[in-house]
Design a binder for this molecule. Sequence first.
Ligand SMILES: [Zn+2]
Length: 176
Amino acid sequence: MKKDETPEQAEKRKAYGREYMRKRRLEDPELNRRTHKKMLEKHPDYWKQWHYSHRTERIAQAKDWKRKNPHWRRADPDKYRERNRRDAQNRAGRRRGYPPISKAALAEVWDSYAGLCVYCLGPAEHFDHIVSLATGGPHTAENLAPACARCNCSKNRTPLLVWLARKGGQVGKGPR
Ligand SMILES: [Zn+2]
């Protein structure tokens, strides 16, 4: 509230502001997105700090939104699973001090192998850390390759050469 203003006047002024912004947004639907982006560029640390200080609250909010919007998950379960997996891998990477790998960088890796499992050449479903994170492999695009679920889960944290030897060169018939 500004000085020399009654509560009614303050409410009127705010309502006017809200109405003005609503009209601006109608004329220019990208307005909010652009303003947010500008703020992010100008004060990157401010937002980082904000996100950290509202961590618990934001996690609770996200959970709530997820619970209230199941249609989003149902509409495209594959996309949902893929994003969850990517987030989980990025979190694991971050715990080890690696920055997250962007969706675009992942798509590039995927395309460079034509979406085929590097181990058995079947259709790939996951991204495999060639040298697993658990054994000290880096969380970088160079250490990622598409793999089918079967190969990925079978290889798990076994060193690549040991796993390949165990497979005995039997393409697509990895030990479980
Ligand atoms: Zn495979």
